[in-house]
Design a protein around this ligand. Structure first.
Ligand SMILES: N[C@@H](CCC(=O)N[C@@H](CS)C(=O)NCC(=O)O)C(=O)O
Length: 202
């Protein structure tokens, strides 16, 4: 199978790290693919009408997207159910953590597009402020309520670590570690994993 994307995208990194954690690193071919929000990439468009990264191409030539579905596909193929257990309470706690981390990553990417991709005379400061606040509110919730769930290596923890890595990369000025010792310590431990080191951001 192939994963199309660029590791700079937090969503792509989430999928590559998941493949590694699921023991599939030798079965996944990474196809570096760049995107711009204002242009369509024909290679992606062939597999997905949404044409965002990541997209996974199965060995049968089918497109699987978006990142949440790709991660679940990788768990399904590998049988590594520790990453997303079947047990109801755990499963939905992890899926909610995943959704929070991905929602924060969405806000961080949108903020980046507003700051860097949108022509300067068309920028919207209120939207930037709202995306920043959404991101900071999510980080506060992660600090206050998710320490126990973050203790295990699951799709939720992977998404959280990749989202934090993206904030360091694009929004370091936010100094997100200040006042969030629990989340900082989670991130410090998680980035030491071989799966994260295998897909560095730079
Ligand atoms: N919901 C999607 C979001 C993916 C996404 O936002 N990807 C960005 C890169 S980080 C992208 O492809 N942007 C190009 C575009 O907006 O056309 C997912 O989880 O895969």
């Amino acid at each position: 199978m192939k994963i199309y994307g660029d590791v700079v995208s937090p969503f792509v990194r989430m999928c590559l790290v998941t493949a590694h954690e699921a023991g599939l690193k030798d079965r996944v071919v990474f196809v570096k693919t760049s995107v711009k929000p204002q242009e369509v990439n024909p290679d992606l468009r062939r597999l997905s009408p949404i044409a965002k990264v990541p997209v996974l191409e199965t060995d049968h030539g089918h497109g699987v997207h978006d990142s949440r579905v790709i991660m679940e596909y990788l768990v399904h193929v590998s049988g590594e159910t520790n990453l997303l257990p079947h047990d109801g309470v755990k499963r939905f706690r992890i899926l909610t953590l995943q959704a929070m981390a991905q929602g924060a990553a969405d806000a961080a990417v949108s903020l980046r597009y507003e700051q860097a991709a949108r022509p300067e005379d068309r920028r919207w400061p209120e939207l930037q402020e709202r995306q920043k606040q959404r991101l900071l509110d999510t980080l506060d919730d992660l600090e206050g309520s998710w320490a126990e769930t973050l203790r295990e290596t699951t799709l939720g923890a992977i998404c959280t670590a990749c989202m934090l890595g993206y904030i360091d990369f694009r929004h370091a000025y936010l100094n997100w570690r200040t006042g969030r010792p629990g989340l900082s310590s989670f991130e410090k431990d998680f980035v030491a994993r071989a799966s994260m080191k295998a897909w560095p951001l730079t």
